[in-house]
Design a protein around this ligand. Structure first.
Ligand code: FAD
Ligand code: DLZ
Ligand code: SF4
Length: 513
């Protein structure tokens, strides 16, 4: 092969399923070869939910078809292929032998561990590796570093305002926030009840490709967490867009108002269910935000819903990515609260008498999905006040949710939900008693425990664990200005009550150990 005929090898990872990837834009479709590979390393670095593996592999296979239909040459390696080496590096090595490329073209990996691998390829293979930035984000890594540089603390709210200005989303002509406020969160805390009209989830029946992948996953990953029989995720760009349009029409208007609500047996409520599609590239984050802003301009969605939705994406999602790349690799090891307990087994089995946890874990098993408040205030808060080692909590979240990629999952879990980073991501721990869950859901109505009791044998475990957490961490948290009122309440309790709460917490912990 003459020098100028040598192709570039364009490596597309399983969360880069968009024709707009910078690696593809830099390539020549008539000359270059796209490599996509299903590899054992990626399917096993954590014990993924069965639906997560099925979703990613099916979406990869569909994307390979989309590229081929678009005129690309795709070298696609399946998990069961005879000579599959099981790793990205092994498959790139084999592909170099097959195609004799003059360089590798790739877009930055989402996860630190994979980026490290890519960074070693030039030396390993003696070939140029052009690793291009991932332009699917509003804020580049260096832009985030510049914003964070010199700040005493990083707060999402200030970062978010910059992103609003940068994108122009929900901004008036004179560069002011629509409606006069940046954030309408205080209007977004209404509990829901079953009498309300609940939007239905849009399901997509598995096609032949997805069925084949599901059968393979059922066979090869039989012992992994989760069920496959209710798989209804979109696996193509077209269907992901349909899912988003369904949300826009049926649920977006009430998204804000009921954003924090929880109802037993209702896993989806007014949520969009688009995180897996955005994270793997089937939907573009800025595009969905623009469509929501347009719906607000057309009076189809109220401001609290439009702003709440857009904040999650150009605010939180971008912010956690910035923190991840700024703080890795040490971030993963952080444990500011020195929590050491093992994750209770019921996180995997779902077998618990606590109605809130049973429901959140049960739907996670059935759908690989729980909405934000369930993740934060049920499974997250329980692990926090129980004192689970953050690494174990992180591994659970990374495994069980369909949208879980370390760059977004780790800061949310270790930082926001476990306060394991000591306050980089949030200003105080999301510790709370059963009262919050009682206010925001109907779980407590059918629970074996009594949310109003604190120390009796049938008292809600959240109540005593919460006060035990407050007492255990007095040294670390008492001076936090946002915790002052809580410590005053603790100190106002008589010693007998304090001891009874701590004794009940000890019994709860021993009963679960
Ligand atoms: P909606 O409620 O409809 O929100 C719209 C979109 O906003 C989401 O699709 C998502 O892209 C974005 N978003 C909302 N909140 C966040 C957030 N805190 N961080 C980043 N993006 C956000 N999200 C993931 O995408 N992957 C994860 O692995 C993940 N792990 C989490 C772990 C914990 C402990 C917590 C508390 C949150 C986690 N989140 C994660 C954030 C959030 O819970 C999910 O994005 C959301 O529940 C996905 O469902 P949805 O698409 O219906 O979201
Ligand atoms: C999550 C996942 C799984 C389960 N399997 C694959 C795979 O076989 N091939 C692949 O390219 N990607 C997979 N992924 C997604 C990757 O883990 C993800 O692309 C990286 O974490 C990005 O850094
Ligand atoms: Fe959860 Fe406690 Fe309510 Fe039971 S009583 S559902 S354990 S908060």
């Amino acid at each position: 092969m003459s020098e100028e005929d040598r192709p570039s090898l364009v490596v597309i990872l399983g969360d880069q399923l968009s024709p707009a990837m910078t690696s593809l834009s830099a390539a020549d479709r008539d000359r270059d070869v796209v490599l996509m590979c299903e590899v054992e390393d990626e399917t096993t670095y954590v014990g993924h939910h069965k639906q997560k593996i099925a979703f990613i592999l099916s979406a990869m296979r569909h994307f390979a078809e989309e590229l081929e239909d678009d005129g690309w040459t795709v070298d696609y390696i399946r998990l069961g292929d005879k000579d599959n080496t099981g790793s990205f590096t092994g498959e790139v090595e084999r592909a170099i032998k097959r195609h004799e490329p003059d360089r590798i073209l790739i877009t930055d990996a989402g996860e630190y561990r994979v980026q490290e691998m890519i960074d070693g390829w030039t030396e390993t293979f003696g070939i140029d590796v052009d690793c291009l930035p991932d332009k699917r984000f509003v804020c580049s890594k260096s832009e985030f570093e510049d914003w964070a540089d010199g700040r005493k603390s990083l707060r999402m709210e200030y970062f978010y305002r910059e992103m609003r200005k940068k994108t122009g989303l929900l901004m008036t002509k004179d560069n002011k926030p629509a409606g006069g406020e940046w954030n309408y969160d205080k209007e977004n805390r209404k509990p829901a009840d079953n009498d309300l009209f609940l939007p239905k989830r849009k399901r997509f029946d598995p096609d032949k490709i997805t069925e084949e992948v599901i059968d393979m996953v059922a066979d090869k990953f039989a012992d992994n967490f989760g069920e496959l029989d209710q798989f209804g995720w979109a696996v193509t760009r077209k269907d992901a867009e349909k899912a988003f349009q369904h949300f826009l029409k049926e649920a977006a208007a009430d998204f804000g108002t009921y954003q924090d609500a929880m109802l037993e047996g209702q896993p989806f409520l007014w949520h969009s269910l688009i995180s897996p599609y955005i994270n793997v590239g089937l939907l573009d984050p800025l595009d969905v935000c623009k469509q929501v802003a347009e719906a607000y301009d057309d009076d189809k969605i109220p401001l609290n819903s439009a702003e709440g939705f857009i904040r999650q994406i150009i605010g939180w999602r971008e912010f956690v990515r910035g923190v991840y790349w700024q703080e890795m690799p040490k971030y993963r090891e952080r444990n500011a609260m020195r929590a050491q307990r093992d994750l209770p087994w019921f996180y995997w089995s779902g077998e618990t008498d606590m109605a809130c946890l049973k429901d959140a874990i049960g739907q996670t098993r059935d759908h690989a999905y729980a909405h934000h408040i369930q993740r934060l205030m049920i499974t997250g808060t329980f692990a926090l006040i129980y004192g689970v080692e953050p690494r174990q909590v992180h591994e659970w979240y990374l495994a069980v949710y369909i949208d879980a990629f370390e760059w977004v999952e780790l800061p949310n879990t270790l930082g926001m939900s476990q306060f394991g980073d000591g306050g980089i991501l949030g200003s105080k721990p999301y510790a709370s008693s059963g009262a919050y869950i009682d206010r925001m859901s109907n779980y407590c109505e059918n629970c074996a425990y009594d949310v109003k009791k604190r120390t009796e044998d049938d008292a809600c475990p959240f109540n005593s664990l919460y006060w035990d957490f407050i007492a255990r961490h007095e040294k670390t948290l008492k001076d936090n200005p946002r915790m002052g009122r809580i410590y005053s309440n603790w100190e106002r309790m008589d010693e007998e009550t304090q001891n009874a709460l701590r004794k009940r917490a000890k019994d709860v912990i021993e009963g679960m150990g």
